[in-house]
Design a protein around this ligand. Sequence first.
Ligand code: C5P
Length: 222
Amino acid sequence: SSIPVLTIDGPSGSGKGTISRLVAQRLGWHYLDSGALYRAVGVAAGWADLDLADPAALVRCTFDTQVGFRDDGPGEPRVIVNGVDATNELRTETAGAAASAIAAIPEVRAALKDRQRAFRQPPGLVADGRDMGTVIFPDASFKVFLTASAEERAERRYKQLKDKGVSVNLDGLLREILARDARDASRAVAPLRPAEDAVRIDTTGLGIDEVVERVLALLPAR
Ligand code: C5P
């Protein structure tokens, strides 16, 4: 495809979501939050009371789960799961952990592949996730891998959740983030790792605007 893609991969709390959304806005490109797809399946599995240890049921759930994004304002797009606005539920660490468990099932990843590629529309796409540069868009023109120390990532998530009125415990978050990182990095299928041709940016101690500028600097001047 000749439609340009910028992939932004990295671990949870690396700032991918915020940075990707802002970069997409600046470029006037579409935005894919691929984690939201996995989280949506996780949440739908919870609604249906499915067993996270039953891969066949989770694969069926993946095919049955409709996910829509409603981008009608300056903030985060709303995520609609099976007709219900699940934006807030999607952000919880429970949904993240369910997503991470489900994301280790190869058939689930395969089922979501085409849905993700369908976001590649003119004039361009910014795709945020774990395997955007390695598996979903290996031919992307621009690839970034964002990192930050685990402590800083836990603090960012803490603030993010607190702002949303979700009560959380910082140490617990740090433990959950480290566990999720370990699972995402060690799974057999599409493990979290930088694409060979990705530019790594360590965002520890950097402000949002600074990271946005560094990412935009990778693209040809327009
Ligand atoms: O990015 P986010 O924290 O929303 O992703 C939630 C979980 O979904 C991750 O921990 C990971 O297991 C899974 N995921 C994935 N591949 C992606 C995006 C997310 O496996 N491209």
